[in-house]
Design a binder for this molecule. Structure first.
Ligand SMILES: Cc1ncc(C[n+]2csc(CCOP(=O)(O)OP(=O)(O)O)c2C)c(N)n1
Ligand SMILES: [Mg+2]
Length: 346
């Protein structure tokens, strides 16, 4: 079995989830789906220099972030965690401003939102999460760190070191791998030796689990359990959520050069996490079709509002380029600033 045959090819169930939680997950996933489409359009219109789509990964991101407590936990994201940011309560105009490259690392407050800066270093958020978690324990707090990373990141040295360190110190971390089958143009079979990221947990002395990443209820259950374990002081967990990147790696990528689009179509048609959750929610009687339609309409309206907010955000003053590089500026930087003032500034 390939790592990408999900455990249940058919429907998912939310019978065991509280109705309000089911509706909240659906609302965030639906909003993320619409905002993602708006973001791709903004890139095409030249408002964003580039964008990385989360389409198809909404269940993995929303259900994992929703299992945390934003008042005491801390999230360490990659560049592809828009749906997690939304579900975690990050201010979304400020978050999306990062993709407009408006300011160093975006405009949202990392410390207040407890959602780290968007990190484009593959594997980079993982050691950061472990460092924070060890610090949190030394401080006597009961917060838990969640590190997002991809299947490609799982082969980075940083990730190995971070996991081993967390295992040795029993750090309160949830390592959440979104295995979306592709690391840019490299498929799992050329990236993940042994075929399973989750299986490596044993070697690091921690709990490991594989979960259907397109099943919001399954993801929420697995992360809730891992968070509770970490909070009890019983150490880290490695969760591998099997999902699929249905869009290109980024708006600059051309999937025609390396994959058969029939594979992506299969996931789009049969494993769409938003459609799966909607059907399960209606099937469980957690919402009526009219209520689901109302959520859809509200989600589209919110996505448009965020889009308009980020499009209208003012350009920063270009001189800020030089402001936060060094506490005391260097001669070279002063020279560059003078050239910028003379030649570039309108
Ligand atoms: C340390 C480092 N090496 C290489 C890159 C270039 N790069 C950007 S994204 C990417 C693929 C990452 O794949 P994965 O971890 O599976 O995440 P996904 O993009 O699928 O979400 C690579 C190689 C980088 N940004 N950082
Ligand atoms: Mg990947």
């Amino acid at each position: 079995m390939s790592t990408h045959e999900p455990p249940g090819q058919g429907a998912i169930t939310v019978d065991h989830l509280p109705p309000d939680l089911t509706r909240a997950l659906y609302t965030h996933m639906r909003t993320a789906r619409d905002l993602d489409a708006e973001a791709v359009a903004l890139q095409r219109q030249g408002v964003f220099p580039a964008y990385v789509s989360v389409r198809g990964q909404e269940a993995a991101q929303v259900a994992s972030a929703a299992a945390l407590d934003p008042s005491r936990d801390f999230v360490f994201p990659t560049y592809r965690e828009m749906a997690a940011a939304l579900a975690y309560g990050v201010e979304m105009v400020a978050y999306m401003a990062t993709h407009r490259a408006l300011w160093h690392g975006g405009l949202y407050d990392v410390m207040e939102s407890r959602f780290g800066a968007i990190n484009a270093v593959v594997g980079g958020p993982v050691p950061h999460a472990v460092g924070w978690a060890v610090g949190e324990r030394m401080r006597g707090g009961d917060g838990v760190a969640l590190a997002y990373f991809g299947d490609g990141a799982s082969s980075e040295g940083d990730v190995h070191e971070a996991m081993n360190f967390a295992g040795v110190y029993g750090a309160p971390v949830v390592f959440f791998c979104q295995n979306n089958r592709w690391a840019l143009s490299v498929p799992n079979e050329r990236q993940v030796a042994g075929g399973s990221v989750a299986a490596r947990a044993r070697g690091y002395g921690m709990a490991g689990a594989t979960v259907d990443g397109n099943d919001a209820a399954a993801v929420h259950g697995a992360v809730t359990e891992a968070v509770a374990r970490a909070r009890r002081g019983e150490g880290p967990t490695l969760i591998e959520a099997l999902t699929y990147r249905v869009e290109p790696h980024s708006t600059s990528d051309d999937t025609g050069r390396y994959r058969d689009e029939a594979e992506a179509d299969h996931w789009r048609t049969h494993r769409d996490p938003v459609a799966l959750l909607r059907a399960a929610m209606l099937g469980a009687g957690h919402a009526t079709a009219e209520e689901a339609d109302a959520i859809d309409a509200a989600a589209a309206a919110r996505a448009e509002e965020i889009r308009d907010g980020v499009s209208a955000a003012p350009e920063p003053d270009g001189s800020e380029l030089f402001t936060h590089v060094f506490r005391e500026t260097t001669q070279e930087l002063t020279r560059q600033r003078r050239i910028w003032e003379e030649e570039v500034q309108p």
